[in-house]
Design a protein around this ligand. Structure first.
Ligand SMILES: Nc1ncnc2c1ncn2[C@@H]1O[C@H](COP(=O)(O)OP(=O)(O)OP(=O)(O)O)[C@@H](O)[C@H]1O
Ligand SMILES: [Mg+2]
Length: 675
């Protein structure tokens, strides 16, 4: 009900006689024609309702409506200039007990307390009465009227409460009935007493088929029935809580359900039964299962990448050694047979097959970030420029290769051979994505990425970067493909066409150099790969790619070669001896130390494997240097050994030749180190 209703009466003031007549007419019209006893019976509690205009007041009418009518009545009868209703919540606690009315401060009206059966309802104040001189007689008339009106308001309120409770119960019943969840109540012995539509929907059984039965028929054969245990808990006043279990439906399907069991109490608070709210969680369960499976797959994927990496690293050592031997001997044999010899072409075949094999190991090593690299400070523009001819040959003639360098690029520190690997892989992929005529664009530019950009863009790290971008207007990729492209062995190309190692290699290289990659692709439109390489800060050194045609000749220096693989040892000796070097061979570090002691005066270079039994190459070098001051050293290895490198970056000043190497590679490197 509204507070402090303040409404000037709309009624026309009437004289006292008219009012009395009016009032009496109202009363008379109630009583007249009706059996007093019947009124008593039917209406006594709310018989005010029968009065005049208010006789439409129904049992369901609200308190507010009843009050509005009361106000209307008082307004019409007494025609006050001002009428204020103060509901009980706002009534002053100081109003004298038992008081029924008071005169207003203005002296031109009165206030009446409305109460019913000792319960306050509110105060109605009528002021500025039009016929102020009749106020006492008005009050005398108003008091009994207020008693009846109070009854009407109180009745309306009680009815309203009752209706509300009924409605609440009805609502509750409707909720239970229409719930998708099954709501089942049972006795403490587990006998079903109610079964709603939800229960029918979930389990398939009709109400009639289950009432009076135990829920155990829902438990699949061989499965433990938890219900008796839960009911026992309920009986002893414990909380049974929620369980997840499996139920069998009428058509023999198995469902995952969650069952929440709660006690049902009687009016006296005694536990008389239990209600179960049952939800079918089969789909949720399956979703969780699927998510778990996908997480597992991701984990397996990561483990696969990891183990491929480890495998690559492991294979490299032995496999590269053997490839080196194959290539080396093929190279030397080729020098002995002229092009007219029928063996010549066979040897060429052997050589090129071995070279192709080295490429595969090289890619695996790059992916595993185990590729030994010798980073140099370089200007990407110059480096890419040197490769353009080769790249143009790699892609077809009907594909246009555009080169858009940004002038004054920042320098980066990278192994030049890794730039080759990145560009070749990206360009070949771009070529394969283009059917017929197309365009590949290679661009460079500098970008600075700040923290706020990183916050909005996943996968970026802040800093200065040189970007190498390769774009094509080929077939593009869908989301599914994009998600997998960096996985080793992921390829959409046919068997024998793609190995799926290209982008894995690029990924490994970029990661090894603390960069990152971004790919933008749209099916049917094309693809752009952007490689972000961190800007090099420090003194820059001009990079130059050495290309030597002839194997340089030695000056009779003595070289101590330590290698536990006899075939390689023999191969190195066969390369170096004809090039005018004295070669001392050792298959173990101890043998090397012995030889060094015997020949300390003349050894100028140690060529040693990095990973060996006994002690590693670096330790051997340190020991021998103590014997031979000024001794130079060239390490060789099939993969990065942390002995000479950190995170696969060669330590400064360390000379290294990756296996497998050709005769010329070795000759150049040996000369390099000695000079
Ligand atoms: N520019 C591109 N446009 C469209 N799809 C591409 C592009 N680059 C890569 N892809 C997709 O990514 C896959 C993986 O590329 P990735 O270079 O790793 O392997 P590959 O090219 O299939 O084989 P490999 O490079 O080992 O010969 C490709 O098979 C292709 O589906
Ligand atoms: Mg590729």
């Amino acid at each position: 009900m509204a507070e402090y209703l303040e409404l000037p009466s709309k009624a026309i003031p009437v004289g006292l006689d008219m009012l009395r007549l009016n009032l009496e007419n109202q009363y008379v019209s109630i009583i007249r024609g009706q059996d007093a006893a019947a009124i008593q019976d039917r209406y006594f509690a709310d018989h005010f309702m029968v009065i005049d205009q208010m006789n439409e007041l129904l049992a369901s009418e609200s308190e507010a409506q009843a009050f509005a009518r009361v106000k209307e009545l008082f307004g019409q009868l007494f025609a006050p200039g001002r009428m204020v209703w103060t509901p009980r919540e706002k009534m002053s606690p100081f109003s004298a007990a038992g008081e029924k009315s008071y005169w207003t401060e203005s002296g031109r009206g009165f206030g009446i307390f409305f109460s019913h059966k000792g319960e306050d309802l509110g105060i109605l104040e009528l002021d500025d009465l039009a016929f102020e001189q009749y106020k006492e007689r008005y009050l005398a008339l108003a008091l009994p009227l207020a008693t009846v009106c109070s009854m009407a308001i109180a009745t309306a309120r009680a009815t309203e409460d009752r209706v509300e409770t009924q409605e609440a119960l009805l609502r509750a019943a409707r909720i239970v009935e229409s719930s998708d969840d099954a709501i089942i109540s049972k006795t403490l012995d587990g006998v079903i007493v109610s079964w709603n539509q939800g229960a029918k929907n979930i389990c398939g059984y009709d109400h009639d088929q289950v009432i009076g039965k135990s829920t155990s028929f829902l438990v699949p054969n061989g499965q433990y029935d938890e219900m008796p245990h839960l009911l026992e808990k309920i009986r002893t006043g414990q909380l049974a809580g929620i369980i997840e279990t499996v139920w069998k439906t009428r058509d023999e399907r198995l469902l995952n359900v969650s069952v929440q069991v709660s006690p049902i109490l009687c009016d006296k608070g005694k536990v008389v039964g239990a209600s179960s709210i049952v939800r079918d969680i089969t789909q949720e369960k399956q979703k969780i299962e699927r998510e778990r499976a996908s997480l597992n797959a991701q984990l397996q994927q990561a483990q696969k990448m990891e183990s491929v990496g480890r495998l690559a690293g492991g294979v490299a050592h032995d496999y590269n050694n053997m490839l080196g031997v194959i290539m080396g001997f093929a190279e030397m044999a080729l020098e002995k047979v002229g092009p007219e010899d029928p063996l010549h072409s066979d040897l060429i075949e052997i050589q090129s097959a071995a070279k192709r094999s080295t490429n595969i190991t090289r890619q695996l090593l790059a992916f595993a970030r185990k590729q030994t690299i010798a980073p140099v400070v370089l200007d990407l523009n110059k480096d890419v420029e040197q490769m353009l001819k080769m790249l143009q040959r790699l892609i077809r003639e009907d594909i246009d290769l555009a080169w858009r360098p940004q002038p004054d690029l920042w320098t980066v520190k990278l192994d030049p051979s890794q730039i080759d690997q990145i560009l070749v892989n990206l360009c070949v992929n771009a070529r394969d994505a283009i059917e017929g005529v197309g365009k590949i664009t290679i661009e460079t530019k500098t970008v600075t990425i700040d923290e706020s950009y990183c916050a909005d863009h996943l996968g970026f790290t802040p800093g200065d970067f040189v970007v190498l971008a390769v774009s094509d207007n080929g077939c593009g990729m869908d989301k599914d493909t994009l998600n997998k492209i960096f996985e080793p062995f992921f390829t959409t190309k046919g068997v024998g066409i793609g190995t799926g190692l290209g982008l894995a290699t690029v990924y490994g290289i970029v990661k090894q150099n603390n960069g990152f990659i971004n790919v933008y692709s749209e099916p049917g439109k094309g693809t752009t790969f952007k490689i972000y390489l961190p800007r090099f800060r420090g003194e820059s050194v001009e990079s130059c790619r050495v290309t030597v045609k002839e194997a340089p000749i030695g000056r009779g220096e003595t070289v101590l070669v330590v290698e536990d693989e006899p075939a390689i040892l023999k191969f190195i000796q066969k390369i170096l001896t004809p090039l005018n070097y004295q070669v001392l061979q050792a298959t173990s570090p101890s043998e090397a130390i012995r030889l060094a002691e015997e020949n300390s005066g003349r050894i100028s270079l140690l060529i040693t494997d990095v990973v060996m039994p006994e002690i590693n190459g670096r330790q051997l070098y340190i020991q021998l240097k103590a014997l031979i001051p000024g001794l130079k050293c060239l390490f060789m290895s099939g993969y990065t050994a942390n002995v000479i490198a950190h995170r696969s970056m060669l330590d400064e000043g360390v000379n290294f030749i990756p296996k497998p190497f050709s005769k010329r590679d070795l000759a150049v490197k040996v000369r390099d180190v000695l000079d």
